[in-house]
Design a protein around this ligand. Sequence first.
Ligand SMILES: [Zn+2]
Ligand SMILES: [Zn+2]
Length: 368
Amino acid sequence: MSTKRDYYEVLGIQKNASQDEIKSQYRKLALKFHPDRNKSPDAAEHFKEISEAYAVLSDSEKRKIYDTHGHAGVDGRYSTEDIFQGSKVNFEDVFGSNFESIFQNLFGRGGGFGFGSGFDFGFGRERGADLVYDTEITLEDVLRGKQEEIELPRDIECSDCKGSGAAPGTSMRTCSVCNGHGQVRTSRSSGFSTFVTVQPCNTCRGQGKIIERPCSRCKGTGKQKGKHHFSFEIPPGIESGEYRIKGEGESMSNGISGDLIVRIKVKSHDKFKRDGADIFYDENISITDAILGKKLTVPALEGTEKIEVEAGSQPNTIIKIKGKGLPHQGSRGRGDQYVRLVINIPKKIDKHQRELLEELHDSFNREE
Ligand SMILES: [Zn+2]
Ligand SMILES: [Zn+2]
């Protein structure tokens, strides 16, 4: 077990630091160690450490307990979930409106559609590996949302030994090293202090029981490879990125399950470009339509929309079709569709067109 560092030391602040100082120092460190920005292998661990320190010190009640009783006081009173409970609000407070974009990956979008907190704050227990699932979706999926059905590899109970690990018909005996506790205590004295360490028993691997004859199918593990059917909802308006679904990764017996990381890539569309909830579309029109004006039908996410090109429209004029963009993620309403007028200047013209244009040319010159 590693010893926890002092929260003030973790954030690099004085014991009497004000809330503003705590906040600004956390902001600085969090941006530096955010695993999306910092690729060093212990960035995530470090980010977790500073976030925990901030979660405690930014809460006056928890800070008081920490100041009086240290880590033992906080850990004894709060679970890790409690420590972080309500901190999302604080994180928003710290990072302002950028919060979503900076922290989306780590904290998920929370609530509503099953994307839980991005971090597992369970300390000390063994944690199963994260599983990564890649999926590509279309803009139409972004418009409507999508139900995704997947099969995840998952250990299931061995069908022969029903999970015991012992060959059918054989029994298990209590481990004599740990007397069935699964743990061994060792104490070591140093001066006036005695350190007691509790470790899983090596003989029975923490199970407290020893298998006389291991099950041949699972080799005594009690598990076999299986599949787990899992479905989740990709909410409308989602952006490309990584989203965590807590606890759906690899499971650990007596430990914490890893997370399922869903990597969503929104495919580029052949007609529309996207910026957040807005979509952009280029419509090619002829030079005469730009001059004379025209009623047009343009493609939209759902079928078509009618727009009117006014007489005398300039190149790159943008026409807004309100509410025909994508849904805003996690809130009501939709963005807009913007149509840009691209005016085609013909590269080749025939003899007749040339005559007409020359006539037009003379007419414009007479007007000047
Ligand atoms: Zn078995
Ligand atoms: Zn044992």
